[in-house]
Design a protein around this ligand. Sequence first.
Ligand SMILES: Cc1cc2nc3c(=O)[nH]c(=O)nc-3n(C[C@H](O)[C@H](O)[C@H](O)COP(=O)(O)OP(=O)(O)OC[C@H]3O[C@@H](n4cnc5c(N)ncnc54)[C@H](O)[C@@H]3O)c2cc1C
Length: 385
Amino acid sequence: MLIENKKISIVGGGPGGLTLARLLQMNGADVKVYERDLNKHVRVQGGALDLHEESGLAALKKAGLMEAFKANYRPGADKIRIVDNKANIVFDQHVYETVEAFGNEWFRPEIDRGPLRDILLASLKPGTVVWDSHIVSLEPVNDSWKLEFQNGKSAMADIVIAADGANSKIRSYITAVKPFYVGITMVEGFVSDSEKITPKIHELLKGGKIFAFGNEKSLIVSSKGDGSLGFATGCKTDEFWFRESGIDFKDNVEMLTWFKKEFSEWGSVWLELFENDKTSFIVRPQYCMPLDQSWETIPNITMLGDAAHWMPPYAGEGVNMAMLDALELSECLTNPAFTDMQKAIASYEKQMCARFADVGRITLESTASLHSANAINNMLAMFEQ
Ligand SMILES: Cc1cc2nc3c(=O)[nH]c(=O)nc-3n(C[C@H](O)[C@H](O)[C@H](O)COP(=O)(O)OP(=O)(O)OC[C@H]3O[C@@H](n4cnc5c(N)ncnc54)[C@H](O)[C@@H]3O)c2cc1C
């Protein structure tokens, strides 16, 4: 096997990197995951993720982790309410009987990021993840790579796989192709105890998700198993609005003022999310890699997930694509039919780029459609398909 006696370094312990580590270890590979988080107890923020049968769940199945997934997913958390800007419900999945049918392509069970990470971490050999390893640079040394970390440490690897997310440090060693701004900026927020802090939204959420649209803006709210909620507004802005607006995103009074002005046509129910001093915010301008991206394969370095094909989250495909990349890359690296690394990585990159061209296009269409004047009808049409 190509990876026999090779030291493989995966940079980034997100869903993509950890899934790959698991799949490679099942094939006897010598793998380390270098993760910038200080330890495994760092709270993983972000809304719940729905895994799809043909991608995220297919990877978990191959990784032998479906039982662990079934013990940790949140039945009912996939239920969606589509509402208008005044929170009038126009579509409610809670009124339909749930068909929890693993194996059905339309069943998309939700799991919180923290438990998903825990399942993957628990599946790895002890010591696989090297915490507090924020990579700052790579240096080629003969046919290998020297990885250098912010904490002054370094490591050597025969093969490097970038799984370090949207702002990958490693991507630039593979290609100069850069992402483009898609015209939407998200403001993501987290509320630790939604029942107490945002009771009206908590009730509307009903343990699932809210998709609110109006005036070419979006607001997506997701419940989490620990009683918290995550939400993200989506607005059409200039690329550098986050700094040119002069808003201090850490100042909740400024954030409330911004929301009231920007969402002035929206109902007052949403103010709960901004009126308390417990909400924390992250501003996220949305980018996408060019759909036709390609590069010359390098035989000892490649990438997956957001590092390879960052795209907006409006089609819910990011984590699923990252995990499917891990599955396909592991299959290429362990396939005895490949006699050299160049061919194995080239085969993976070819199918990954082709898949992204398709999924990325759908994602961009969805991003535009959900921020159009007709967003609600567009979203309803998706459910009628
Ligand atoms: C608001 C929002 C909502 C989303 N909703 C969905 C959704 O509903 N469904 C969906 O499928 N996708 C969603 N996504 C996208 C999804 O989160 C990503 O596509 C997915 O997490 C990508 O996985 P990854 O493993 O490639 O990267 P990440 O999950 O970003 O993981 C990268 C890892 O690398 C680490 N890292 C980063 N830089 C370094 C470094 N220099 N050195 C070492 N380690 C590093 C990070 O700490 C992290 O652990 C959403 C994204 C956002 C922002």
